[in-house]
Design a protein around this ligand. Structure first.
Ligand SMILES: Nc1ncnc2c1ncn2[C@@H]1O[C@H](COP(=O)(O)OP(=O)(O)OP(=O)(O)O)[C@@H](O)[C@H]1O
Ligand SMILES: [Mg+2]
Length: 136
């Protein structure tokens, strides 16, 4: 994770001390599998992302970028550590609150297209809008 570099790179857009924190991770860890087959995809990631910041997470294939995004997007849960979105601990949220969060606060563009084949491009874009209750 490259947060300290981000601080420097984003200084031009305002003093980060004054801005709201939208994502915070504390000692975040993710282990896939068990025993000899265990993969330590994330090992104690501490990060802070401020509102309005543009962040790029870089690293070689298999370094844990998608795992990190799955965690902060509330799509998967960590083995250890905490994730705070708008200073709310995601682990404290109910299934309904998590669904609201995913619907209203998080947008995802996946590595592969993940489009629904029988829908047009426009209809694909509109799918999350219908979940969010946006009327036609
Ligand atoms: N569902 C899973 N089960 C077991 N291991 C997994 C799973 N998902 C990811 N991994 C492993 O965790 C590690 C991190 O994978 P991850 O997909 O987060 O990397 P990445 O940085 O996104 O890679 P890429 O640049 O190829 O997308 C890798 O060793 C990967 O094989
Ligand atoms: Mg990936």
């Amino acid at each position: 994770m490259m947060n300290e570099d981000n601080r420097a790179a984003n200084e031009g857009s305002g003093n980060s001390e004054d801005r709201a924190v939208i994502i915070r991770t504390l000692d975040l860890a993710k282990i896939y599998g068990e025993g000899e087959a265990a993969t330590h995809a994330l090992q104690g990631v501490d990060s802070i992302i401020y509102r309005g910041e543009l962040i790029a997470v870089m690293g070689p294939s298999g370094s844990g970028k998608s795992t990190f995004f799955n965690m902060i997007g509330a799509l998967d849960s960590p083995t250890k550590g905490r994730i705070l979105l708008d200073e709310v601990d995601v682990a404290q949220l109910s299934a309904v609150e998590l669904a609201f969060l995913r619907c209203r606060k998080i947008g995802y563009i996946f590595q592969s297209f993940n489009l629904i084949r029988y829908m047009t491009a426009l209809e694909n874009v509109m799918v999350p809008m219908s979940f969010a209750g946006v009327s036609s």
